[in-house]
Design a protein around this ligand. Structure first.
Ligand code: SF4
Ligand code: SF4
Length: 305
């Protein structure tokens, strides 16, 4: 069998603009991680994200997702934007300002597969398949999962999209997992407006503004608007408060630059956004996930209507 060169994979990943890359043997997740997932699901903390429950067994074992899998490659792509909407006005979470990350990351993952000659030897994933991406990023040595649930890369912070290649080829070298470095800090837990963070890296999605403004259909829970702080799509609070994000540097990935017109939007313009303007503004953006009606629901809630 053709063995992957770990050095070649990392060299090509860096050439393609990924900020971090690591490799680990594909194997079922440890018992403790599996038990934690089942406890979390049993407590209903996944809210209406039923797919997490339906595909739990695949999430816990990449060799079920890709039969014959031998290697998981984890990569991180910086999305920290150089410019954001003015303070005090309506705004979106930083990750949502540019083009849809699913497309951007997967395109680069496909290029990585081609560069290492593994087009037919596995599957690229970016939040598009049941993969515990934070577990694999930690296992591949990229960083640790903070109390805010995010992957924190030492010296770089957490404004990264994660992606994986699940490959049917073994590699000549595998990375060691990263150790946690949150220490005694709990700033994100205290800063979370909805009290969603459990303190162990898990969260109660039903209390998270990111979940409520993106995933939840129908009316928002009473009082949500007061917690939103004028951010009507997603929430950056637990990232902004993390001291490791002082290392964040603007991305040079063109696709993650704010969509044309987004930074010029005033509160009034958001409140009278038409379906046509919505389509133009968010063409190719992940914000389309919330649909026009969902976005307007959020904007009205943030405005206190
Ligand atoms: S995204 Fe916002 S609401 Fe969700 S856990 Fe982080 S701080 Fe809390
Ligand atoms: S704010 Fe503190 S506890 Fe939270 S993820 Fe960052 S370092 Fe960890």
């Amino acid at each position: 069998m053709n063995i992957l060169s770990s050095l070649q994979v990392k060299t090509e990943a860096a050439r393609l603009g990924f900020s971090a890359c690591g490799l680990a043997p594909a194997a079922p997740l440890p018992k403790e991680r599996a038990e934690a997932l089942h406890r979390w699901l049993a407590a209903g903390m996944h809210g209406e994200m039923g797919y997490l429950e339906r595909h739990a067994s695949l999430r816990l074992d990449p060799t079920l997702l890709v039969p014959g899998a031998r290697t998981v490659v984890s990569v991180a792509l910086n999305y920290y934007p150089a410019a954001t909407p003015p303070e005090g006005g309506f705004r979106l979470a930083r990750y949502a300002l540019g083009l849809d990350y699913h497309d951007v990351v997967r395109q680069r993952l496909r290029a990585l597969l081609a560069a290492i000659g593994a087009e037919n030897d596995g599957r690229p994933c970016c939040d598009t398949a049941p993969v515990d991406e934070h577990y694999w990023a930690v296992r591949c040595g990229l960083g640790w999962q903070g109390r805010n649930g995010q992957l924190i890369i030492p010296g770089a912070g957490s404004y990264f999209f994660l992606g994986e290649l699940i490959l049917t080829r073994p590699a000549d070298h595998y990375d060691e997992p990263s150790a946690p470095r949150c220490g005694t800090c709990s700033r994100c837990v205290k800063a979370c407006p909805g009290g969603a963070l459990n303190g162990d890296g898990t969260m109660d999605a039903r209390r998270c503004l990111s979940y409520l403004t993106i995933e939840q259909r129908g009316p928002l829970p009473s009082g949500t608007g007061r917690l939103m702080g004028r951010c009507f799509y997603g929430c950056d609070r637990c990232s902004e408060t993390c001291p490791w994000n002082r290392f964040a540097r603007p991305t040079d990935v063109e696709a993650f630059a704010p969509r044309p017109g987004l930074l010029d939007m005033t509160d009034e313009a958001w409140l009278r956004l038409s379906p046509e303007e919505y389509r133009t503004l968010f063409k190719g953006s992940a914000v389309k996930r919330a649909k026009y009606e969902g976005l307007m629901r959020n904007i009205r809630e943030a405005a206190g209507f």
